[in-house]
Each structure stands twice: as structure tokens, then as C-alpha cells.
Design a protein around this ligand. Structure first.
Ligand SMILES: Nc1ncnc2c1ncn2[C@@H]1O[C@H](COP(=O)(O)OP(=O)(O)OP(=O)(O)O)[C@@H](O)[C@H]1O
Ligand SMILES: [Mg+2]
Length: 257
């Protein structure tokens, strides 16, 4: 299996707080990996240092064999590494379709000058891009609201729009930060199904942070567990579920189901 994303000795300090301590893992082609841990364990921070939102304090991060530490977020998206956000993050006053087109902008074939001049080649490229974005909306099941304002969508649809925006970057790896947060059990199950479909139909590897253990245990090939910034376990869902360190970390917070 080809390794796509690799973290080696990644550390992140916020003043005196070690939010990540010596994190090491890889994601290969075709994998769905879970990143779990109690609140404040460092999961979102891990996404932030991978996606270029925050610089790591130490360690190496490579994507497709190239180091990505120090690269800007847009450059990392263009390389094929996209993410969704824990809090819904859409442009509320733009339509659903416009939000996805913005997500696609980084990979657009259109040139800035061409689009300013409105050339025929540019118009054709824009039409192709629009069709591609509509197909993505269809894939996530919200094509029927493409013209609605993103800020007025029901919450469950906003979560799906976040996934569509990330998919618009044509990722090789998609990182999802709590895609099922705030969803009811039925919607959460449907989100799990959508993630499976994205993985199988687009040959996309997935790194998922999620508190819904049923979802994580059901779709992940491997799971990495963080607690207080430390990687305390890694293995198959079965191994992780039975790991005493994991059970201890979760005691008093929630049950690893
Ligand atoms: N920008 C920041 N500045 C200072 N401290 C931060 C910053 N971001 C996160 N932290 C701290 O780092 C630790 C890890 O936070 P993080 O958001 O990564 O946890 P998490 O595992 O995503 O938690 P949750 O499950 O609640 O989303 C927490 O103690 C948090 O307060
Ligand atoms: Mg978080």
C-alpha cells in the first residue's frame, strides 16, 4: 500500500500546554483511519497542523512523499489533502452551489485573466466546473437545494455541504472533524454510509475524528487514540476497543462501544 500521509514525531505546544506530543502515524491509499480521544485530547489540533492552519512545534509531516510543513493551506489542498471543520464552516450568504465552486477554485482550470475577460475557453471551463460541483452535491445528497442560501440550510445539510466543499478539491485524502456532530442516530448512520461511498467510489482515503463510536468502529480499518496530546493506542477497532489504556482514558467520559 502506498503511504499518502505520514506524521513523524509531531509536537504542538501552546505556551506551556503540550497539545500534541510525539505523534506518529501514516495513512495509505484506500484506508479509513479513525482519530479518537476524549475532549481536549488534541484531535482538532492534529488536523490543524496537518492542514497548514497551524505550524507544528516539531516533527515531520509529508504528503505523497513531499514535506508539507510550512506550506499554506491552499497549496496543501491543491496537492490533494482536504478537510472539513468541527464547527460548520460555510459562507452563509452564498448559495450551496457557490460554496462548492469556491471549494473547487483552488483546482480550477480557469485562469484569473481568462475569467476577467470572459473568454470562451473560460466560460467553457466554468460550465464544466459547475457541472462537476453539481455532481458532488448529488453525491452528498443535497443537489435539490443547490440554489438555497447556505446559511439557511437545515443543520444536517450544512454538515453535508462541508463534505461537498472538501470533495470539490478532488482530494486523495479527506480529513473529517466530527462529521456526525449534532446529527441524530439516523442521520449519523447515513453520514457513515456517505463516507463509505466517498471512500469506495472516489478511491479517497479518509482520516476521521468522531465521538460517535458506533460510526467509527463501523467504518474504520485502523484507529489511533489520543489522550492529553499523547498517542496512547493504535490498531484495529477490535484491538482499540479492548485496550486497557483506551478504556481508562474514556472512563467517566463515554463508553467505547
Ligand atoms: N489555538 C489554541 N491556543 C491555545 N490552546 C489551544 C488552541 N487550540 C487548542 N488548544 C488546546 O489544546 C488542547 C487540545 O485541543 P483540541 O481542540 O485539539 O482537542 P480535541 O481533541 O479536538 O477536543 P474536542 O473533542 O473537544 O473537539 C486543549 O487543551 C485546547 O484547549
Ligand atoms: Mg476537536
Amino acid at each position: 500500500m502506498t503511504v499518502l500521509l505520514a506524521l513523524e514525531g509531531v509536537t504542538k505546544r501552546f505556551g506551556g500546554l503540550m497539545a500534541l506530543k510525539d505523534i506518529n502515524f501514516t495513512i495509505s491509499e484506500g484506508e479509513i483511519i479513525g482519530l479518537i480521544g476524549p475532549n481536549g485530547a488534541g484531535k482538532t489540533t492534529c488536523f490543524n497542523v496537518i492542514s497548514g492552519t497551524l505550524p507544528p512545534s516539531d516533527g515531520k509531516i509529508s504528503f505523497c512523499g513531499k514535506t508539507i510543513v510550512g506550506l499554506r493551506s491552499n497549496r496543501i489542498i491543491r496537492m490533494g489533502l482536504s478537510r472539513t471543520y468541527q464547527a460548520t464552516s460555510v459562507f452563509p450568504k452564498s448559495t450551496v452551489l457557490e460554496n462548492v465552486v469556491r471549494g473547487a477554485f483552488s483546482r480550477s482550470e480557469d485562469t484569473f485573466l481568462g475569467s476577467m475577460l470572459g473568454t470562451r475557453a473560460s466560460k467553457a471551463a466554468q460550465a464544466r466546473e459547475r457541472d462537476r460541483c453539481m455532481a458532488i452535491l448529488e453525491q452528498v445528497g443535497i443537489q435539490h437545494v443547490y440554489n438555497d442560501l447556505a446559511g439557511e440550510l437545515p443543520y444536517g445539510y450544512q454538515r453535508r455541504l462541508g463534505v461537498a466543499i472538501a470533495l470539490a478539491g478532488s482530494p486523495k485524502v479527506i480529513m473529517m472533524d466530527e462529521p456526525a456532530a449534532g446529527l441524530n442516530p439516523e442521520e449519523s448512520k447515513a453520514m457513515g454510509q456517505l463516507i463509505r461511498e466517498i471512500h469506495s467510489s472516489g478511491n479517497v482515503s479518509v482520516l476521521i475524528v468522531e465521538h460517535d463510536m458506533k460510526l467509527v468502529m463501523g467504518i474504520c480499518h485502523r484507529i489511533i487514540v489520543l489522550d492529553h496530546g499523547e498517542q496512547i493506542a493504535a490498531g484495529t477497532p477490535e484491538e482499540v476497543r479492548n485496550n486497557p489504556h483506551v478504556i481508562e482514558a474514556y472512563l467517566g467520559t463515554e463508553v467505547v462501544g
